[in-house]
Design a protein around this ligand. Structure first.
Ligand SMILES: [Zn+2]
Length: 304
């Protein structure tokens, strides 16, 4: 895991391999990153170490919890079950503010090019999900530092009644060492597109994906779908919610054609067992890496 990406995830703003040191009262960036050694060092207070040290010290958690946090943040699913990391300095995201970011969705040109030009998503689906976009780096706190990169899409995660629980960004321009998808610090992981469950008939197939973009592709192809971004860190209340809604929930999945895809499938089997649902596996055609890819290759190209 590139250390500068980890630092960004921890809420530090990295510029030219430097940032303000979080370990002393710093007004001029004195913490430097060595990209080749994947380490950091502060030339004022001499704080130094690797990615795990940085996570341990910034989050104030022991080694094991820092490793778990790093794994979750990078969507690496660890097989061992462990409860969500309890952070010492735990400020939950500013949900009211996040909600205001997506209350009147806007789609800028880069967002439109991606959603409709490249991916051929159904505009009605994009509207249903309330996907918005930003052209300026945007904080996730009322009076915070910029957090979401720009240009980015903003994906609102809602509860079943449509209230915003969290907002995830998806960068539209790739930057070295910066994760493509970001949740605010100290987020809990929720199911994406929970409001669809209100429209799900008994025994109607419900498709499950790991990523939001695959979920949009599934919805655009006329299926009912949710996304579970990290099955290992899903909240008990979300499990309970899924369990209570439908007896014999009829889950379907197209695992990605790779090792993480297999891991997700195995994780979903656990989730399915846990909520008393059955899970049907579908195979993607040869040469399609995920459902989005399959959807693009099989959808008409006249949309723009
Ligand atoms: Zn320092």
């Amino acid at each position: 895991m590139p250390i500068e990406g980890v630092a960004e995830r921890l809420g530090l703003r990295v510029n030219k391999h430097k940032c303000l040191c979080p370990f002393h009262d710093d007004s001029h960036p004195s913490l430097s990153f060595s990209v080749s050694r994947n380490t950091y060092r502060c030339f004022v207070c001499d704080a130094h170490g690797d990615t795990i040290d940085l996570a341990m010290k910034v989050l104030g958690v022991p080694f094991r919890d820092a490793c778990k946090w790093l794994a979750d943040e990078h969507n690496i699913i660890t097989t061992e079950y462990a409860p969500a990391v309890k952070l010492v300095k735990s400020y939950p995201p500013d949900v009211e503010y996040l909600s205001s970011l997506v209350s009147r969705p806007v789609l800028n040109q880069v967002a439109r090019d991606f959603l409709f030009g490249q991916r051929h998503y159904n505009p009605k689906v994009v509207e249903w999900l309330g996907i918005s976009s930003i052209i300026e780096p945007t904080p996730c706190w009322r009076a915070g530092k910029p957090f979401y990169d720009a240009p980015s899409l903003l994906f609102p995660y809602r509860d079943i009644d449509g209230r915003v629980l969290n907002v995830q960004s998806r960068a539209l321009v790739k930057k070295e060492g910066v994760p493509r998808f970001r949740f605010p610090r100290n987020s809990s992981i929720h199911v994406f597109n929970l409001p669809i469950l209100r429209y799900l008939k008994d025994n109607e197939p419900l498709y499950v994906s790991e990523g939001v973009t695959d979920c949009i592709a599934l919805l655009s192809s006329g299926k009912k779908a949710i996304a579970i971004p990290s099955a290992t860190t899903l909240k008990d209340e979300d499990f309970a919610r899924l369990r209570s809604l439908h007896k014999g929930l009829n889950l379907h999945v197209y695992p990605d054609n790779d090792t993480p895809g297999e891991r997700l499938y195995n994780n979903l089997l656990d989730v399915a067992n846990c909520i008393g649902a059955c899970l049907t596996r579908h195979e993607l055609p040869e040469g399609c890496k995920d459902f989005s890819d399959y959807y693009v290759k099989s959808s008409p190209t006249i949309l723009n």
